[in-house]
Design a binder for this molecule. Structure first.
Ligand SMILES: Nc1ncnc2c1ncn2[C@@H]1O[C@H](COP(=O)(O)OP(=O)(O)OP(=O)(O)O)[C@@H](O)[C@H]1O
Ligand SMILES: [Mg+2]
Length: 394
């Protein structure tokens, strides 16, 4: 097994474990002797896969592993333990670990763990596939907004895109807030949901398009929102399979189903990518964002996920960064499909609870957002009536 292929890093303070790992990987292996050291290596290099040794299976160390995961959600973390218990597995998964494998290490176990990570996603997807009542061409399109770094503008893009798509004649639009812990779609749209996806999660056995419809929150534009859990703790009620079932139910009745996400490369986002017709990968114009996007794309390729439906969208594209588009495209091995400029009116519109395509439809930001919408739906019609007019909201 070549480590170059996986950009592997091994972390442990135990000499026996480290020398065992070295033997397995031809002796030439980056090693970190503590999680802090691992974190520095991640900061400075292209690490994609980390094998965390058995010194870190205690509760407090698992918290530190979570920090590593948060530092770069695109990392595939595999924990090695003397004994794999259900408790450890659960705690590990919550901290962002992809799999826990038993020591002593061997090559096949590691490869199996990587494959398992990809296959779990596919398996669950087919297990929950509901029979389609509409032919594929009239089933709604699923559009996922993702980014490998927090704060890159996913929620701004998702909410504005959703509003733009409501302008397309005869099309119904739903927006799902799949940022399960810190979803703020309703806040940004000034909505107060009576129900959330937690209610839907409790009705999975009988969930159909009609029942789910009754749990959505309506925006004055006609957009329907499936709200995220109201508290981070409730996120545990939402399983990946459950959320996929909700999306399938939405596709029965809505032409466009948009999904806002958290910046995590976890099982949920992989399932969403599998299900989506379009994946909009949002990248900020700074080096950490581009680096994380690169790692995320490489991880998808490593997991043998197709990136054919992924489109690159640059955000804050006129910011004073030294990066140019050509450099970014060659680093990410993908063309930029659209760009949204930076403008202070975005922050103002977020605080006001009215998306910028409503408040400033003529602005450059709104035009950039329209370019993204056109990747999905072709030409977007002008807004109906002037903002604040008969049909606009004051
Ligand atoms: N093009 C832009 N110009 C100016 N400000 C922007 C732009 N895009 C986003 N922002 C600002 O960045 C902030 C973060 O955006 P947003 O909440 O959409 O990011 P996010 O990716 O959803 O974050 P999180 O990962 O926390 O969910 C917003 O409050 C907004 O003010
Ligand atoms: Mg967000």
């Amino acid at each position: 097994m070549s480590m170059a292929e996986h950009n592997l890093l091994v972390v442990d303070r135990d000499d026996d474990f480290v020398s065992g790992a070295k033997e397995l990987f031809d002796g030439s292996l980056p090693i970190a002797r503590s999680l802090e050291e691992a974190s520095q290596t991640v900061e400075s290099g292209d690490v994609r896969l980390i094998l965390v040794g058995p010194s870190y299976t205690g509760d407090s160390q698992i918290e530190e592993i979570r920090n590593l995961h948060n530092q770069d959600p695109a990392l595939v973390l595999i924990l090695v333990a003397e004994e794999v218990t259900a408790d450890l597995l659960r705690k590990g998964m919550r901290a962002g670990v992809s799999d826990v494998i038993e020591s002593p290490l061997d090559e096949s176990k590691i490869e199996a763990a990587i494959e398992q990570f990809a296959h779990d996603v596919l398996k669950r997807k087919s297990a929950v596939a509901t029979p389609d009542t509409r032919s594929p061409s009239d089933r709604g399109q699923v559009i996922t907004i993702m980014s490998a770094k927090g704060g890159s503008g996913k929620t701004v893009l998702a909410t504005n895109l959703a509003l733009l798509l409501t302008r397309v004649p005869d099309k119904k639009v739903a927006l799902v807030d799949a940022d399960l812990q810190f979803g703020d779609v309703c806040l940004v749209l000034q909505l107060e949901p009576r129900f959330t996806m937690v209610n839907a999660a409790h009705e999975l056995h009988q969930l159909d398009g009609e029942l789910l419809d009754s749990l959505l929150t309506e925006h004055p534009s006609g957009l329907k929102v499936l709200a995220a859990p109201l508290e981070p703790a409730f996120a545990d009620d939402i399983t990946t399979a459950g959320l996929m079932q909700m999306i399938d139910a939405l596709r029965e009745n809505y032409d466009y189903v948009l999904i806002d996400t958290a910046s995590l490369l976890d099982e949920l986002i992989l399932s969403l990518i599998e299900k989506s017709d379009h994946v909009m990968m949002l990248v900020d114009m700074d080096l950490p964002s581009v680096k994380n996007a690169k790692l995320a794309l490489e991880t998808l390729r490593l997991l043998k996920f197709s990136t054919a439906n992924v489109q690159l969208i640059m955000n804050r594209s006129n910011s004073k960064s030294k990066l140019d588009n050509k450099e970014i495209e060659s680093a990410l091995k993908m063309e930029i499909s659209a760009a949204i400029p930076s403008d202070a009116i975005v922050a103002a519109s977020v605080n006001e609870g009215r998306p910028v395509v409503e408040t400033d439809p003529k602005s450059k930001v709104a035009k950039g957002l329209e370019d993204v919408a056109e990747l999905i739906a072709g030409k977007i019609p002008e807004p109906a009536g002037k903002s604040g007019g008969l049909f606009g909201r004051k």
